[in-house]
Design a protein around this ligand. Structure first.
Ligand code: NAD
Length: 312
């Protein structure tokens, strides 16, 4: 009897699978070779590139935590350039001058970039702000990027204070979890699918040579596995979850190290085959791809963009 009910619940697709396997339709789009074949048969078929349209986020709503500066702000502008209405969430009560310039830029692009304050370590607070953003947009949030993060102090592992370890985990791991669950709630309710991008780090896969960042590295490994786990749960609702793992890029976070020990930049640069650290704008392409339908079959992946740091 037990095996009969297992077969029934899985539609006969596998004994031992706990949840029913729901098959989804494979999307068909007349682009690429399909467009070429149509054009071959129909001289009136309008021939034009479709690849750039696949990246468009027109009429989409995007949310970026840690959007007041650094990588998060660059990601806000990327989403705005693709046509999305964008909300940055950050811990500061008021936005930075860089944010204000980016917001004015978004307006001149014909869209908007707004600022909201929340501490991602506060589950209720981040949940409420994301819910308010959804309410302002008829329940719709299409893209959420969890970029808020802290590095923590560089310090010997055997002496690392518990409170400092917990503080790093609280922002980088718990905060990303609370952000993602709030996003998933809204996306599930709206039944419109979505793309969630968790900003991890190459430090979740490899250890930064000679840097004593055990708490940070630990938190980023957790983010990579969080993305995979959430991708499994949310896939049936057409919500994709991926992690993006940058290598060394100069921002306020890394400037804290680079400005104190300028020789560190050459050392970090020597650790990848391109021989340099990255610039914030070098994540724009991968963000555009992960956020948009251009990556519609990608979920649960960790995309490493590190100048090749992890291949040595
Ligand atoms: N810069 C790099 O080389 C690098 C490399 C790999 C990964 N990352 C990751 O990219 C993300 C962005 O980092 P960045 O380099 O732009 O650093 P950053 O310090 O410039 O930006 C981090 C942002 O997160 C915000 N933030 C911190 N704690 C918060 C909290 N509790 N609630 C809400 N917002 C909070 C900060 O106010 C800041 O605006 C982080 O997750 C970081 O770990 C950075």
């Amino acid at each position: 009897m037990a095996s009969t009910s297992a077969n029934t619940s899985t539609g006969g697709l596998g004994i031992g699978v706990r949840s029913p396997v729901r098959l989804a339709a494979v999307p068909h789009k007349e682009i690429g070779v399909a467009a070429a074949l149509r054009a071959a048969d129909d001289a009136d078929f309008e021939v034009k590139p479709a690849i750039f349209d696949e990246f468009k986020l027109t009429n989409k709503v995007g949310v970026v935590t840690g959007g007041n500066g650094g990588l998060g702000l660059e990601m806000c502008v990327t989403l705005a350039e693709l046509g999305a209405k964008v909300y940055a969430i950050d811990i500061h009560a008021s936005p930075s001058s860089d944010f204000k310039a980016a917001s004015a830029f978004a307006t001149r692009l014909g869209t908007s970039l707004q600022y909201r304050t929340a501490n991602v370590t506060n589950q209720g607070e981040i949940g409420q702000v994301i819910e308010q953003i959804a309410d302002e947009n008829d329940g719709k949030i299409d893209v959420v990027i969890a970029a808020a993060g802290v590095l923590g102090r560089e310090h010997n592992v055997e002496e690392y204070p518990a409170e400092e370890f917990k503080a790093v985990i609280d922002v980088n791991c718990n905060g990303v979890f609370y952000t993602t669950q709030a996003a998933a709630r809204q996306m599930k309710q709206a039944r419109s699918g979505g793309s969630i991008i968790l900003i991890a780090s190459m430090s979740g896969t490899v250890t930064n040579r000679d840097m004593k960042w055990a708490p940070y590295n630990t938190s980023k490994a957790a983010v990579i596995q969080m993305a995979r786990s959430m991708a499994c749960e949310l896939g049936p609702d057409r919500i994709r979850v991926n992690s993006l793992s940058p290598g060394h890029i100069r921002t306020k976070m890394t400037a804290a190290v680079l400005d104190k020990q300028p020789e560190t930049e050459a050392f970090w640069a020597s650790l990848n085959p391109l021989g340099r650290i990255g610039a914030v704008h070098e994540l724009r392409g991968v963000i555009a791809w992960l956020a948009s339908d251009a990556s519609s079959f990608c979920t649960g992946s960790d995309i490493i963009v590190s100048g090749g740091h992890t291949i040595w």
